[in-house]
Design a protein around this ligand. Sequence first.
Ligand SMILES: Cc1cc2nc3c(=O)[nH]c(=O)nc-3n(C[C@H](O)[C@H](O)[C@H](O)COP(=O)(O)OP(=O)(O)OC[C@H]3O[C@@H](n4cnc5c(N)ncnc54)[C@H](O)[C@@H]3O)c2cc1C
Ligand SMILES: NC(=O)c1ccc[n+]([C@@H]2O[C@H](COP(=O)([O-])OP(=O)(O)OC[C@H]3O[C@@H](n4cnc5c(N)ncnc54)[C@H](O)[C@@H]3O)[C@@H](O)[C@H]2O)c1
Length: 443
Amino acid sequence: MEIVEIIIIGSGPGGLAAAYDLAAKGKKVAVVETDLWGGTCPNRGCDPKKVLYGAIEAQDNLTQLKHHGFETVPAINWSELMTFKETFTQPVSGEQQQGLISAGIQTIKGKAIFKDRHTIIVENQEYQADQIIIATGQRPAILDIPGKENFETSTDFLNMKELPEKIVFVGGGYISLELANIATSSGSEVHVLHHNTRPLKGFDEELTIALIDNLKARGIQFHFNESAESISKENDHYNIVLTSKEILLADRVFCATGRIPNVEGLNLEEIGVDFTHKGIVVNDHLQTTVDNIYALGDCLQKNTPKLTPVSSFEGSYLAKLLSGTLQEAIHYPEIPTIIFSSPKLAQVGLKEGEVLENEKYEQQNIDLSQWFTYKHLNESLVKAKIITDKDTGLLVGATVLGNEAEQLINLFTLMINQKVVSDKINEMIMLYPTVSSDLSYLY
Ligand SMILES: Cc1cc2nc3c(=O)[nH]c(=O)nc-3n(C[C@H](O)[C@H](O)[C@H](O)COP(=O)(O)OP(=O)(O)OC[C@H]3O[C@@H](n4cnc5c(N)ncnc54)[C@H](O)[C@@H]3O)c2cc1C
Ligand SMILES: NC(=O)c1ccc[n+]([C@@H]2O[C@H](COP(=O)([O-])OP(=O)(O)OC[C@H]3O[C@@H](n4cnc5c(N)ncnc54)[C@H](O)[C@@H]3O)[C@@H](O)[C@H]2O)c1
């Protein structure tokens, strides 16, 4: 039996944030990982996706400037792009494990199973700790339909050696729209099936429709009120029967209908940790129903967005709580979110549907396409909705559709969280001409 102060199950961004911060505070920590060190984000999520997306962004910029300085737009070379992506993903697991070891954190390889509230078993070896943090993340949900074994997931997409001629994505959420855009821009024929008429339902409806229209113009074929009823393999392709009984033929079919928490197989029911199909139940201190066991990140039942910076935030919070430097309940700042497609759609704080009836707020709808920042790159689809509290003048929410949406929304996030009033913006001198210097035109 090995004994440490704190065991963390899962080495994703959440688990690692907790591990490093706790070790820095002098705690004896061990991290258990059953798969790749570093978890979803750097191995099969945000980072490889952003490497592929970087090429699409470059191509988009050139497409906008076709006949304005560029005669042609180069095609994406998928295998070269994948080789480039692998220079990022291949070293991740080894480097992440080495980083933990160098920080004095014990690394344990294998699947953790609880024996009791202080003991886990990994590969027949028992480990004991005063406190245990569950940070096991999520995995893709697979629709339970005939032929479901033919489904692939985002992980398979991000490892595709060759670009298929024809691809079907089931689901119209973050993953589907980001990967469908990468595939269509790289030359595939892409179909997206969505079971109602409102994809990206957490985002502003009007700007989502503008995004979908743009993605349609780029070649993605959307099938609304449709899902996959069955999939069968025939020779070198798949037949996908849709809800309407239409049959689509494709070389690969990806299920992107959401993700489910990794909670089964931990023996949680035996030790009294409550969970549902949505994840582990925690209180406002991220404490489970067993008082020495905590949980964080994607595996939580909570309604917080399932994003890398949210998991890391919760990891850092738990490190402060468990090292005694903080006792308060967790308090989240406004959390921004983004779809990395063409163009980007990002938002923070309140959005249109939440303020329409409320006299307290006013909303500006702005077409930014004629602003120099966008016009000099010949970018034609740039829109923003900005919501302000009438009494205080404080920004309370914003949605932006455009190539610079990430920069603008990050600035807005800072302004909302720090309660920056418009006068303060005009007291600053920013680099010109940039997205940041545009802020003074908004006020
Ligand atoms: C395709 C894709 C793109 C994404 N893009 C973005 C993005 O652009 N921006 C963003 O913010 N977020 C993005 N996300 C979400 C982001 O990856 C997750 O929110 C983040 O990784 C969650 O971190 P986590 O630590 O909670 O869990 P994870 O990163 O999932 O880590 C959990 C770890 O626990 C391990 N584990 C599970 N069970 C056990 C066990 N019993 N024993 C030991 N180890 C176990 C797993 O192997 C895994 O390594 C994306 C996700 C996907 C799939
Ligand atoms: N840029 C980012 O930050 C980013 C990128 C990718 C993933 N993520 C994270 O990963 C999570 C999972 O992404 P996701 O795209 O798998 O889930 P999601 O919940 O965003 O989207 C799934 C979509 O599939 C639809 N759907 C469900 N069942 C269906 C069916 N039977 N047929 C057709 N459509 C169906 C849902 O209505 C939903 O719109 C996200 O919620 C997010 O937290 C974040």
